[in-house]
Ligand binder design. Structure first.
Ligand SMILES: O=C(O)CCC(=O)C(=O)O
Ligand SMILES: [Fe+2]
Length: 247
């Protein structure tokens, strides 16, 4: 292992996240932004709005199936990033089996936000392609009290709800706020790190690529409900899609 790799691994293991500025160059960001703009000129991109408190989910998304078949450069990036993630975590992780979810392009317009949540998967890499006013990601690394083998259970949902109360975060969490900038890479343990996106305050879209990795046998029992919630404009009942709720 290279020395820089060991340093990054230690940093990731102690802090629960990893940041690298200029992971890709401005020119590479521009070329990815152009591909995304070309796609958007020819296709409509669904906007997902879920009126949850205190921060709604309000963003448009190009899902992984489209990326795989039509935006090949982004798909290649998802695949090459896998090695970076494995070096950083010292684990053998893989792209998600659920292609729709594995790699996404999030487009957040003025006023848009992303609700407080944990990701379903173990490791998430966020690559920011541009700079906007507002739109900071706010997160609490390695914050979640996670139930072994019961990450999607009703009991886990109770723990998560308590931990998401703002006074709880302020007392027990370490708050990190990161402004998007072109080429910035943020890697986090997505299922342990509580995170949200603050409102974009200028009339320009915030654009980033979200890449998810996990063990090959990772099983997301909440998959169907959560996918409807995150990717379709269908109405959704009140139960939280991140958990299995009986009765
Ligand atoms: O856009 C971001 O900075 C975070 C997005 C996110 O958390 C997600 O898509 O799961
Ligand atoms: Fe997330």
């Amino acid at each position: 292992m290279k020395k820089s790799q060991i340093t990054s691994l230690e940093e990731f293991q102690t802090t629960g996240y990893f940041l690298q500025e200029n992971f890709i160059s401005q020119a590479e960001c521009d070329s990815l932004l152009k591909l995304i703009a070309d796609y958007r000129r020819a296709n409509s991109v669904p906007k997902i709005y879920r009126n949850v408190k205190p921060i709604p989910l309000s963003r448009s998304v190009i899902n992984g199936k489209i990326i795989q078949s039509q935006i090949r450069e982004v798909q290649k990036l998802y695949e090459t990033m896998n090695q970076v993630i494995n070096n950083l975590t010292n684990k053998q992780l893989f792209p998600l089996q659920d292609i729709q979810v594995g790699c996404n392009i999030n487009i957040t317009e003025k006023g848009g936000t992303y609700q407080w949540h944990y990701d379903r998967n173990a490791i998430t890499a966020l690559l920011y392609l541009n700079k906007v006013d507002g739109g900071e990601i706010e997160f609490y690394p390695n914050y979640r009290i996670i139930l072994p083998n019961a990450k999607f259970s009703r009991f886990q949902s109770v723990i998560d709800r308590v931990q998401q109360l703002s006074f709880f975060c302020h007392i027990f969490g370490k708050q990190i706020i990161i402004k998007p900038q072109p080429g910035l890479l943020l890697v986090m343990a997505g299922d342990k790190c509580l995170h949200s996106v603050r409102p974009v305050t200028e009339a320009k879209d915030r654009i980033n690529i979200v890449m998810a990795y996990d063990l090959p046998n990772a099983n997301f029992v909440i998959k169907d409900k959560l996918n409807t919630y995150l990717y379709s404009s269908k109405k959704f009942d009140n139960t939280d899609p991140s958990y299995i709720m009986f009765g």
